[in-house]
Write a protein that binds this ligand. Sequence first.
Ligand SMILES: Cc1ncc(COP(=O)(O)O)c(C=O)c1O
Length: 421
Amino acid sequence: MTGVRQVPVPASGSRPALDAARLRADFPILATSVGGKPLVYLDNAATSQKPRSVIERIQRYYSTENANVHRGVYQLSERATAAYEAAREKARAFLNAASTREIVFVRGTTEGVNLVAASWGRHQLRAGDEVLVSAMEHHSNIVPWQLVCEERGALLRVIPMNRRGELLLDEFERLLSDRTKLVAVAHVSNSLGTVNPVAALTRLAHARGVPVLVDGAQAAPHLRIDVQGLDADFYTISGHKMFGPTGIGVLYGKAARLDAMPPYQGGGDMIKTVSFARTTYADLPSKFEAGTPHIAGAIGLGAAIDYLAALDWDQVSAHEADLLAYATSRVSDVPGVRLVGTAADKVGVVSFVLDGVHAHDVGTIVDQEGVAIRTGHHCTQPVMEFFGVPATARASFAFYNTRADVDALVGALQRVRGIFA
Ligand SMILES: Cc1ncc(COP(=O)(O)O)c(C=O)c1O
């Protein structure tokens, strides 16, 4: 390993340990095999696995509560509505938002960003204005801004990072100007694992009156989120990355911001009155939830939030820090490995390239050992370009992963080395 900071492996047993074995038993898929090998699931940044309580909650909804929400006067619809709105309250508590009016159910982080770009961006951006994103954004926090900037004649500008994958705060301050109309930045990078100092970025942006959107897709499964503490104007999360279902997520927006924004989509549920001459819109958050929502998804997300709320987060954080340090050390000891993303503040991700072996070959061979990792650009092509690699192999962790999972990955990487030797 060259030019990479060695991460110390903490001594085990120096704190009350998370009982990962007990938690693993809550996730049925983790007991399955692939190709005759026990599944070692290390692609949690792409999507996380689901605990039984989430799976059963969705089944219970469809078995005993299924009806459309907000419309029926009959008991079943009232029950479905109550469960859907209870999930909104759980999401509010999870993000520590001030009000459920600030919790909009969306398909996921991608739709959350697109909602803000389409509604806020289209109506606020003017020719010559600037939107700042960071050099490590997922495509879903780049392309929606490019689309709206193109339409409005505005400019997308990029907060640079250093070779460890850390944003340069002084460059950020230099980029902030009277032309800056929004900062959109990831809380945690999906391809590097960097935890960005979003509270500091927000303070600096707000000092110039610039609102901030935080992409929290990768933060939600690892960090405790406090949108009021961060003072974020918008914060987006995806249910499927935080042990909930696919197709559901949350856009948090400060009520004053959401109130001032026009609807994103038109349709049922988002209106007060409709005539051919004029339509008036529903209050928050319904104004942004046109059509029948993903009711089962929201309720499943609520169950995932309940699951997370029952965990001891000091233990989870210690366990994940240990896993990351252990994986960083073990993976970087494999001959020919170069880590991509070595920020001082990281969670959940070890991204790497193996000398002389394409990342896709790494992924395919480790899969034969039952180890699921992601290979490719991770929807962050500018990050790959910055580090001068076409792709990386990425192991990403959840609290249910163990040192044994890391050992399995390293064993599989040794096999890759053997094949390509
Ligand atoms: C940092 C980040 N932002 C946004 C997204 C998009 O999330 P989704 O596909 O759930 O909308 C992802 C997904 O990988 C991500 O990692």
